[in-house]
Design a protein around this ligand. Structure first.
Ligand code: GLN
Length: 547
């Protein structure tokens, strides 16, 4: 439905989903954003999560997927990571909106008498707060386009108030377009692509007053002409605005695929804006690199989130996986990720030999005691057998413990997260964080978001970051290297190659006499982009390829 889409202000594109969850709405949203960005527009993207949690920080990764961390310390849904990887633009925590946040604000305002004695109601006050938040993002980012991905599917009880907000904005004359992403099943017994569930999901959007402008079809196969026509007719959309988005070898092929079908042009036409052809050179180069990548790089991720089956595994580590993949492609290598259950090494240390078959090993972030001794054993094996190692957050803490125990002679060294009574607490909780934990204030109480590190010249980390003396990376942790042990560890040969400018917080460690043994207290996976891998991952993969 076209409605006042002209003008110079910010435009909004609302992306909804139908038929099933887990459709790839995030990738579709990010890809459309990338297309508009390539046209020269300033684009940002909001994720709406209809749950009551104020943020994703208190949720288990096995339940919710990875907790992504924004530069300003937001703990958000992993889709914000997808947006950053595709756009190369940092997203603020304001770009993550949950039902919990919206109600929290409305209730706080009511207690503050900000509604002038009115009866405060779900409608209109909740949609009004949603609108306020979305427009605040538009204002703060000065974006030409704000993408808004609404979590869940049409027909869900939970996202109706959000859809109502965008229906109201559209009705009031704000430039809003609706893109509905649907799933087209191909039942095995029929072998035929079916459109009925998609049609019904559009009908459920109508029920809340939303008419889609575009239908994007997700399926294992491309959409054919008769079905494109059928969906157009029954969903009241021109066939040129029915866009096929089949499974592709990688998600980074999606922008080009949508562009090829004329989606950018159609979208800009809807907003009365001109279309410029041939703007996707950078994405085409990436796609070429991906298909040309031949040399396999076998990289092991030693983790512990294996307890609830295979299906959530990738989601829990999505940023790490994507950072590995892009670093591989940029180095002409074909990534092969090997999942390693840390607990296997605890049960059977002989299994450590299997690490010899890898080009490199990563111990990613983690919490709690499960699988910790297995991780430490894997790190020891990598250190002693010169296997490239990259430690991320917990992976740094485990590397420090391993070095303390087996090189510095600090028997029984540990983190107080696991053994509060350890004789050698090489990893400890800082007093400010300890207060929060004691008071059970777990939500958003960690060292979060961007923190600066000063790098030591002539170290590997300094080289990897292009000899910069100061770098900024994202953080999400409570524990730190214990300052009391630093000189002892240094004397034994561990190099602290980066620390906070006041040198109180250790940020990077490395070993000089090793092909690649680097660990960081930060999460460099969160700043790795599709078109530009993070320097640590890039260096790690380079080392892996020469193993
Ligand atoms: N559990 C560790 C801490 O809280 C590491 C956290 C992480 O890896 N993100 O410090």
């Amino acid at each position: 439905m076209l409605n006042h889409r002209h003008g110079n202000g910010c435009r909004f594109i609302v992306v909804t989903g139908g038929v099933i969850s887990g459709l790839g709405k995030g990738v579709t949203t990010a890809s459309i954003a990338a297309l508009l960005q390539a046209q020269g527009y300033k684009v940002t993207s909001i994720k709406i999560d209809p749950y009551i949690n104020v943020d994703a920080g208190t949720m288990r990764p096995t339940e919710h997927g990875e907790v992504y961390v924004t530069y300003d310390g937001g703990e958000t849904d992993q889709d914000l990571g997808t947006y950053e990887r595709f756009l190369g633009v940092p997203m603020s925590k304001e770009n993550s909106i949950t039902t919990g946040q919206v109600y929290q604000t409305v209730i706080a305002k009511e207690r503050n008498l900000e509604y002038d004695g009115k009866c405060v109601e779900v409608i209109p006050h909740i949609p009004q707060e949603v609108e306020r938040r979305v427009k605040e993002v538009a204002k703060n980012t000065k974006a030409d386009f704000v993408m808004i991905e609404v979590g869940g599917t049409s027909g869900d009880y939970q996202n109706v108030l959000f859809l109502d907000a965008f229906r109201r904005m559209h009705l009031a004359g704000d430039p809003v377009a609706f893109v509905h992403v649907v799933y087209l099943p191909i039942p095995g017994n029929l072998g035929e692509m079916k459109t009925k569930p998609a049609q019904l999901s559009v009908r459920m959007l109508y029920e809340v007053g939303v008419t889609p402008d575009f239908i994007v079809t997700r399926s294992s196969k491309p959409l054919d002409a008769p079905r494109r026509e059928k969906i157009g007719t029954f969903c009241n959309v021109a066939p040129t605005r029915v866009i096929s988005n089949p499974d592709l070898p990688t998600t980074y092929q999606v922008p080009d695929h949508l562009e090829e079908q004329g989606m950018t042009k159609e979208l800009l036409t809807l907003f009365d804006l001109p279309y410029k052809p041939n703007r996707l050179a950078a994405w085409k180069t990436l796609v070429k690199k991906i298909s040309n990548a031949k040399k396999p790089a076998r990289i092991g991720i030693v983790g512990k989130y294996f307890d609830i089956g295979d299906f959530t595994l990738e989601d829990s580590y999505i940023s790490v996986i994507e950072a590995i993949k892009t670093a591989c492609w940029h180095n002409g290598a074909k990534p092969e990720i090997v999942w390693i259950n840390a607990k296997d090494f605890e049960k059977d240390p002989k299994k450590l030999n299997s690490l010899d078959n890898l080009n490199g090993v990563i111990v990613p972030g983690g919490f709690g005691g499960s699988g910790v001794e297995g991780k430490i054993a894997a790190i020891q094996y990598c250190r002693e057998h010169k296997i490239p190692y990259l430690g991320l957050c917990y992976g740094l803490q485990m590397a420090v413990i391993e070095f303390a125990r087996h090189v510095a002679g600090l028997v029984g060294a540990n983190t107080t997260e696991i053994n509060p009574k350890t004789k050698h607490p090489v990893i400890i909780i800082l007093p400010e964080q300890a207060k929060n934990v004691k008071a059970k204030h777990y939500g958003a109480t960690m060292r979060l978001g961007n923190w600066t590190a000063t790098l030591k010249p002539n170290t590997k980390v300094w080289q990897l970051y292009g000899k910069k003396t100061q770098v900024v990376e994202r953080h999400r942790h409570r524990y730190e290297v214990n300052p009391d042990y630093i000189s002892q560890l240094e004397q034994a040969g561990l190099v602290f190659s980066g620390a906070s400018p006041d040198r109180k917080l250790m940020e990077y460690v490395e070993l000089p006499d090793h092909p690649f043994f680097v660990a960081t207290q930060a999460h460099p996976e969160f700043t790795s982009r599709a078109l530009e891998p993070n320097p640590l991952f890039n260096g790690f993969v380079k080392a892996c390829l020469s193993k």
